[in-house]
Design a protein around this ligand. Structure first.
Ligand SMILES: C[S@@+](CC[C@H](N)C(=O)[O-])C[C@H]1O[C@@H](n2cnc3c(N)ncnc32)[C@H](O)[C@@H]1O
Length: 308
């Protein structure tokens, strides 16, 4: 199937809209467009003078947004990493004017389901894993140059993998023998390196998460975008972040932490809500199982220097 036509079920749709959309013609940013599940619902409510700026680093997502909203004057689409949000907002002349920024982190279902992207251990594909296949290094390139110490560190840090050392050794041994070219080969090597357990998760789950995070610099991207998102908001504008594992959520939670109860952070934000999906959504949509939505509202202008 054409990956651009594949769908992604938006997580916590009603809850996201309740906090994101403020009932008028404001300026909004969806910095992780994906397949536009959240954006479409916002646009159904947004008035003719409202504006929605869409960002994604994945060319398929950007192509989807451009064709889906061609002719809708309320929509502006940009390709690139969201760590450039401040620069994009300046280009659009919306710094300090945005009513709501949404970050729905991680990969989309179309990315996972398209074997050619190399994200999935259940599909045979190249070792790529880049959200933007036109920039940066693929997983194959990264694995070709990595040493054991670095690989163990990445698996422990980004996958919280207890068996990092035996996995790293097995991966490097497979590389030496020239048997590490596809996602399935990698998954098989990992599965063979860890003790069999009663866990329902595939033994390569944590390894694939760790490698995806490092290939896309995901945590650096998140650290970089948060202060920029705070800066582009108008007073009482909101920042919403949907995260899918504890490493992401820890960064967001720390960024939103008030110095004292009821007091704004250095970036002028006050945490409003921390929510998980309802049990019904968790049952229906496996992607929602580990989701956490954090929302903060801008109380005052930031103390931080531009670019800090
Ligand atoms: C979970 S999906 C978003 C799904 C979307 N909310 C929907 O309902 O269809 C995440 C999207 O964000 C994009 N993305 C992740 N990290 C990014 C980054 N650092 N910069 C730009 N886009 C990013 C991915 O390419 C993916 O398309």
């Amino acid at each position: 199937m054409d990956a651009r036509l594949a769908t992604h079920e938006p997580v916590m749709l009603e809850t996201v809209l309740r906090f994101w959309f403020r009932g008028d013609d404001g300026v909004y940013v969806d910095a992780t467009y994906g397949r536009g599940g959240h954006s479409r619902a916002l646009l159904e409510r947004l008035g003719p003078e409202g504006r929605l700026y869409l960002v994604d680093r994945d060319p398929d997502a950007v192509a989807h947004a451009r064709s889906r909203f061609a002719g809708d004057e309320r929509v502006v689409v940009a390709a690139g990493p969201f760590s450039r949000l401040g620069e994009l907002a300046a280009h659009w002349s919306v710094v300090g004017r945005v009513r709501g920024v949404l970050l729905d982190l991680g990969v989309s279902s179309p990315q996972l389901e398209d074997a050619r992207r190399g994200f999935s251990f259940t599909r045979e594909g190249p070792l790529d894993m880049r959200m933007d296949p036109e920039h940066g290094s693929s997983l194959a390139t990264w694995l070709a140059g990595v040493d054991e110490r670095r690989l163990v560190d990445v698996l422990e840090r980004y996958g919280e993998e207890r068996h990092a050392r035996p996995i790293a050794r097995a991966v490097l041994e497979a590389r030496r023998r020239g048997c590490l070219s596809t996602t399935r080969e990698l998954a098989t090597v990992v599965a063979g390196a860890v003790p069999r357990s009663g866990l329902r998760r595939h033994p390569a789950t944590r390894t694939f998460q760790a490698l995806r995070i490092v290939v896309n610099g995901e945590l650096d991207e998140l650290e970089a975008v948060l202060p920029q998102a705070a800066r582009v908001l108008e007073l009482s504008g909101r920042l919403l972040v949907l995260s899918f594992h504890s490493l992401e959520d820890r960064i967001v939670k720390h960024f939103f932490r008030s110095p004292r109860r009821g007091e704004a952070t250095r970036e002028g934000l006050l945490p409003l809500a921390s929510l998980a999906p309802e049990p019904e959504e968790r049952r229906r949509n496996p992607r929602a199982r580990s989701a956490r939505l954090r929302v903060a509202e801008k109380l005052r202008e930031t103390d931080a220097c531009p670019g800090a």
